[in-house]
Design a protein. Structure first.
Lengths: 354, 354
C-alpha cells in the first residue's frame, strides 16, 4: 500500500511554463496558427507532462497485460478461456495485432502475465515477458470478490514496478493494452459502478457475444455488483470485488507513468476501466492520459466522458491488446516532431499574416 | 487531351477476387472477426486496387503541388501572395509541416511548381522539385476564366506525367497535397458548382480570414461563377473557368494513380476539390481514393458526401500541403501490415470462437 501512496504523491500538475513556451512555438511555426488542430494540442500537453517545450519521443513501449477471469465460467465470452495463454504466446512470437502495429510505429511490446490461469512457458519464445502473476485467474465475481483486497493492492503495485523497470531502461511514452478472455465483464462492472451509468448501457458484445449471451452478461454483472457491494469511496475495493489482475496492473502503470512524467496512451474499453480506477485513486492522473481511439465497445464513451478526455480517432476498432494505443502513440510522436522540427516564419523567411 | 482520355480509359474496376481473398484472410487472423474495423476495410480496398490480397506498402510519395491565383488580388486570403514561393522553398529545405510528417511516415515529398507567380530558384536546395509551371499564376476569375481551356488540359496532363515519373521510380501509395495562397477560393467555387451546395455553405475562413474577409470571399466566388458560367457537363471547363493549376495537377495525379492501380490518399479541402474534378472526368476514380481526414474548412464534408467516401480521422486540421494525407498513408500502411504480418488462428495455435 505504501508504494501506491508514494506513487500517487509523486503525481504533480502539468508544467504551465513549458506548455506556454510550446504554444508560443506552435504559433511561430510556418503554418496558419492552430491549423494543425489536435496535433498542436497534444504536443502542448506532452510539453506540460515532460517539462520540455520541445519534447522528443524516441523510446516507445506498449505494455500488454494479461489475466484470466473466473466469471468467464458464466458464459460471458464468445471465446474459450484457453485463448488467454494462447494469445500470450502469440504476443511473444510476434504474430498478434499488437506486434504488427508496434513494429509499424517502432515500439517494443512488453507482455506481462498478471494472472493467466495457466503457467506461461517462456523458453524458446522471443520478446519481452514479465511474470507478475498474482494468481491463476480471478475468482468468479458473481459468487464473491474477484480477488482479495491485498491482491488488488499487489496488482497495482506490480503495474508500478513494470513501468519503473521501463523507466530504468529509458522510455518516452507508454501505451497500455490488455488480454484476458472475459475481461469486458469486470470492465463493464467497474464502469457502471464508477460512472453511475446503467449496466445495460455500458455492457457490449465484447469479442462477439450473441444477444442471448449479452443478456446473460448483463445479468451476471448486476449480480456481481449486488453480491459484492463495492465501496464507492475505495477504488481498490472496487478493483478487488469486480475487477481483474490486468486491470489493476494497467492502473498501476498509469499512476507510475504520471509520477515519472511520462505520457501514457490508453487503448480501448478495458484499459479505460483501468484508467477509471487510476483516476479514482488520483484525479491528477487525467492530465497524463491520452485517449487513442473510441472503441466500438458499448460504454467506452461513458469512460471518456467521466475522465473528460477526447479520443484522437474512431476507426471502429475493438481488439484491445494496445492496438489503438499503438496508432495513438504514432500521432503523439508526430505532434512532437512538428513542434521540434518545423521551421519558424523567421527561420524560413516566410511572410506572416497580413 | 489524348493523354487524359487514355488515362481515364486505363482506370478499371477493383479486383473482386483479391478483395475476397483479403477478406477471408482478415477473418482467419488471430483476432475477433472485424475487430480492427476500418483498418480491415482499407486493407481490403488496397487489395482490390493492387490486385494483391497481401499488398505491401513500401515506397510512399507525397506530391505537393503549388500554384498562385489571380483572385488573391481580391483580398480573399489572410496571407500575402509571396508566401506561395516562400513555402515552396520551405518545402525544399525540409522545414514545412509536410516535410516533418513525411519523414515521420517514411515518405518522400515531391514538390511541383504548377503555376507559382515567380520563378523558383532550385540550386542549393534539397529535395525533389519538378517544374511544370503552366503560367505565372491564374488570371483573376472574377473578371473572366482563371485559365485558358488548353491550360486546364495541360495542368491535368502535367499531373499525369508527375505520377508516371514516380511509377517509373517505383511507388506503392501516393498522397496529394497543395500550396497556393488564395486557393480555397477557386476550390469553394468548384465545390459549390459541382455539388450544387450554396456558396455560403462551402466557403470557409481558409488560412484565417475574418468575417468581413469571408463575406467578400463569398461575394467574389458568386461573381466568378456568374461571370464565367462554367459548363456543368465539362469538368475541364469548370477547372478552366474557376479552378487553379495545382488543382488540375492534383486531379491528373489521381487519374493516373487510378490507371496504374496505385492507392491515392487525398488531403483536405483543395485536394478534395481536385478529386471532384477527377471524379467528374471518371467516376471510377472513386474506388482508388482514400480520404485521410475531415478538414476544418467548411465544405470539405460536402466533397466527401458527393464522392461517397468517409475520412479516416478528424483532428481539426486545415493546413493542406498533404499533411493529412501523410497521416492517412501511415494508417493505410498499418492496415496492409496487419493483413500481411499477423498470424492466423491455425499458424498460432489459437482456439477459435466457440
Amino acid at each position: 500500500m505504501g508504494k501506491i501512496k508514494e506513487t500517487i504523491e509523486g503525481i504533480k500538475a502539468l508544467d504551465e511554463a513549458a506548455m506556454e513556451a510550446a504554444m508560443a512555438r506552435q504559433d511561430a511555426l510556418t503554418k496558419p496558427q492552430r491549423s494543425l488542430g489536435v496535433l498542436e494540442d497534444i504536443s502542448v500537453k506532452v510539453a506540460g507532462i515532460t517539462r520540455n517545450f520541445k519534447p522528443e519521443i524516441k523510446d516507445k513501449v506498449i505494455i500488454t497485460m494479461a489475466g484470466d477471469h473466473g466469471v468467464a465460467d458464466e458464459g460471458v465470452s464468445a471465446y474459450p478461456k484457453e485463448v488467454t495463454p494462447q494469445m500470450v504466446y502469440n504476443f511473444l512470437s510476434g504474430g498478434a495485432g499488437i506486434n504488427v502495429l508496434a513494429r509499424h510505429i517502432g515500439a517494443s511490446v512488453v507482455v506481462v502475465d498478471m494472472g493467466v490461469a495457466t503457467d506461461i512457458e517462456i523458453e524458446s519464445r522471443a520478446g519481452n515477458f514479465i511474470d507478475k502473476k498474482i494468481a491463476y485467474g480471478t475468482a468468479n465475481m458473481t459468487k464473491g470478490p474477484a480477488m482479495r483486497y491485498e491482491d488488488a493492492v499487489h496488482s497495482i503495485e506490480a503495474g508500478i514496478e513494470v513501468l519503473e523497470q521501463e523507466v530504468e531502461k529509458g522510455v518516452d511514452i507508454v501505451g497500455v493494452g490488455d488480454m484476458g478472455i472475459g475481461n469486458t465483464t469486470p470492465s463493464s462492472a467497474i464502469v457502471a459502478f464508477i460512472t453511475g451509468e446503467p449496466v445495460e448501457s455500458v455492457t457490449g458484445h465484447g469479442t462477439g457475444l450473441d444477444s442471448e449471451g449479452l443478456r446473460r452478461k448483463i445479468e451476471r454483472i448486476k449480480k456481481a455488483l449486488e453480491v459484492n457491494k463495492p465501496n464507492r469511496a475505495d477504488a481498490i475495493d472496487i478493483l478487488a470485488k469486480v475487477g481483474g489482475f490486468e486491470i489493476g496492473g494497467m492502473a498501476g502503470v498509469m499512476l507510475a507513468a504520471g509520477a515519472h512524467r511520462i505520457p501514457v496512451v490508453i487503448d480501448g474499453f478495458i484499459s479505460g476501466a483501468a484508467a477509471l480506477i487510476a483516476y479514482e485513486l488520483s484525479p491528477k492522473i487525467r492530465d497524463y492520459l491520452i485517449a487513442s481511439h473510441l472503441s466500438v465497445e458499448a460504454g467506452h464513451r461513458a469512460i471518456l466522458d467521466h475522465l473528460g478526455i477526447e479520443p484522437l480517432f474512431n476507426l471502429n476498432m475493438r481488439l484491445g491488446e494496445g492496438t489503438g494505443a499503438a496508432l495513438g502513440i504514432s500521432l503523439v510522436e508526430a505532434s512532437c516532431k512538428i513542434l521540434r522540427e518545423m521551421a519558424t516564419f523567421e527561420e524560413a523567411g516566410v511572410s506572416e499574416k497580413e
